[in-house]
Design a protein around this ligand. Structure first.
Ligand code: C5P
Length: 275
């Protein structure tokens, strides 16, 4: 029995470039894994049946769960059908823009491949992963990557220097498709993604997320939360499609107990190891 950490991510910048004919959006984003983890345990099943349990009863454990989508993807691609017992211990909040479900799927692919003696190469896992979600491929990078296309075209980057952050998520969430639907493509920010990337790597970060405006249009209380957090932190940026924010700094935010609040740092994995 082996337990694998399944990290959350933040988007250090997220630019939306265009709406595509297939309904997705072309984006350019600097993704960074962080030290907020779910735990995924995968082992050979003691019976001839698969089983899947999850610590959070609010999450579905049927075939709509990305962990089971990853399992059937791996089986379809490799033909290896060994029954498995899976348990997912959740800590990453849902509808937060932290990539929790995508990370679980990537971790499942990695864990299964370990269990199956490395039947697939990392490049195969990366290319297969894009079939079940746009953000899954990132988690098969080493933790810092420049992502384009739908998000699935990844370029691994050198690790960034450690940074102390706070993740803050209000008690309400947002679904990703809703935020993308609310996006006004005519009023996006204008910074060039390659410049943003270069500036980040030269320690002149510019924090921008084009999904903040549509998220704030849908939930004005989210904008109020950002304004409030900005009184205590110089950098406050929504992650992905929200509703979580990351705040750069050491001091714990003072918020009511209904908020999810967690201190994190950047996370990474070494070649051939998991997070
Ligand atoms: O690929 P994934 O299933 O994670 O995407 C969820 C939804 O987010 C998509 O159905 C789409 O509405 C939206 N999306 C998008 N453009 C992207 C990624 C996601 O419009 N690049």
């Amino acid at each position: 029995m082996t337990t694998y950490r399944s990290p959350a991510k933040i988007n250090l910048f997220l630019r939306i470039l265009s709406r595509r004919p297939d309904g997705y959006h072309e984006l350019a984003s600097l993704f960074q894994a962080i030290s907020l983890y779910d735990n995924l345990t995968v082992e050979l099943s003691p019976s001839s049946e698969d089983s899947f349990s999850c610590s959070n009863p609010a999450l579905p454990t049927d075939s709509s769960n990305l962990v089971l989508k990853a399992l059937s993807l791996y089986r379809r691609k490799t033909g290896i059908l060994t029954p498995v017992r899976i348990h997912l211990d959740k800590h990453i909040p849902a509808e937060a823009g932290l990539g929790g479900g995508s990370s679980n799927a990537a971790t499942m692919l990695w864990a299964l491949n370990q269990l199956c003696g490395g039947a697939a190469t990392l490049d195969e896992l990366k290319s297969w992963s894009a079939e079940i979600g746009s953000d899954i491929t990132f988690f098969l990078s080493q933790g810092t990557a420049y992502c384009t296309g739908r998000g699935e075209v990844i370029t691994d980057l050198p690790f960034l220097p450690p940074k102390s952050l706070w993740i803050v998520k209000p008690p309400f969430g947002l679904s990703t498709p809703r935020v993308y639907q609310a996006l006004n493509i005519e009023t996006l920010s204008t910074s060039t993604p390659s410049r943003l990337l270069e500036n980040f790597q030269n320690d002149r970060p510019e924090y921008v997320n084009d999904l903040e405006t549509p998220a704030f249009d849908l939930l004005p209380e989210l904008k109020a939360l950002k304004t409030d957090l900005q009184k205590s932190y110089e950098v406050v940026l929504m992650s992905g499609s929200g509703t979580s924010f990351f705040c750069v700094g050491e001091k714990r935010p003072s918020l009511s107990e209904t908020y999810f609040v967690a201190p994190v740092n950047f996370s990474r994995r070494q070649d051939k190891n998991w997070y």
